[in-house]
Design a protein around this ligand. Structure first.
Ligand code: OAD
Length: 270
């Protein structure tokens, strides 16, 4: 399944601990989470300038509360059902075997952690976490509470005041006076500084970067594989179609992440 030159590179040239991974929505597609772009992608159904934008969300709540409730239900309905697939599992095994140093992800679905990965840098936050807008304290947004919230939203979805009350309950005020919000980076917002600087550090140190399932069109995250390449890393890309970085990749594996990542992990550990 893996071309001979890639298999030979993986076996002979990858040093333990000098491999890093960078993942996008494609790694979770086979867990049932639609990607953002392309056919059937989330942005085909919803306008990211509205639902992935803090101001857009506030205005949607005021003007079309039912649409906001539908979006939240759709979004979390899928996330709550998703389970790690063989690609997530293989990446976590590579970390356990000390082959993979760090996994940098644009995903907010928590599936890498659910699969057992520990050294994860989340560039775009996590949908199962809330963060205080005042003091930046974070709390886990438990799945049970999320399911409870979506069930309530389904029932009361057309009234602005009802929706406001429900959202106020699940995104409460913090002791500092600020309000909790979902800990996801929205359009127009800065990436978390600490995560970004850890990512740069990791990419400077790695010798090989495995890029899995990203279109590589959203900056600044999409610039990170390029940064690794400029700092001497060999890039191996796994995607079922070309990405914006494909011509810079040293090796391209075309196909499904759930098949190719385990095959790469097997070559690296057997
Ligand atoms: P995209 O939806 O832009 O790209 C997904 C990529 O995964 C595409 O290149 C697909 O070809 C590939 N793909 C899909 N299924 C695959 C599979 N089974 N195996 C291998 N590859 C597959 O998602 P991202 O690149 O992650 O930002 O998008 C980056 C950011 O854009 C997201 O983090 C999000 C979005 O707007 C924020 O929410 C801030």
């Amino acid at each position: 399944m893996i071309p001979k030159d890639v298999a030979a590179y993986l076996k002979k040239r990858v040093t333990k601990g000098k491999l890093a991974a960078f993942t996008g929505a494609g790694v979770s597609a086979e867990s049932g989470i639609p990607t953002f772009r392309g056919k059937g992608g989330l942005w085909e159904k919803y306008d990211p300038q509205v639902v992935a934008n803090a101001k857009g969300l506030t205005s949607l709540l005021r003007k079309h509360p039912g649409e906001l409730a539908d979006f939240i239900n759709d979004f979390y309905g899928v996330l709550l059902k998703a389970r790690p697939n063989p690609a997530h599992v293989a990446l976590s095994l590579l970390e356990k075997e000390h082959v993979l140093s760090t996994l940098i992800t644009q995903n907010i679905d928590n599936l890498h952690q659910e699969a057992g990965s520990r050294s994860v840098i989340e560039l775009h936050g996590n949908a199962f976490r809330i963060r205080c807008t005042g003091c930046s304290r974070t709390l886990i947004f438990e799945k049970e509470r999320l399911a409870e919230m979506t069930a309530l939203l389904k029932r009361k979805k057309d009234s602005y005041l009802d929706l406001l009350k429900i959202l106020g309950r699940y995104f409460p005020r913090c002791g500092c006076g600020g309000r909790f919000r979902i800990d996801i980076v929205m359009f127009g917002e800065l990436l978390p500084e600490e995560e970004l600087s850890r990512a740069y550090e990791c990419l400077e140190a790695c010798e090989t970067l495995l890029v899995v399932g990203s279109s590589l069109v959203v900056y600044p995250a999409a610039g990170l594989p390029l940064f690794a390449k400029e700092h001497g890393a060999t890039i191996i890309e796994i995607n079922h179609e070309p990405s914006a970085l494909s011509n810079l990749s040293d090796f391209r594996l075309t196909g499904k992440a759930s098949e190719l990542v385990p095959a790469v992990a097997h070559a690296l550990t057997s």
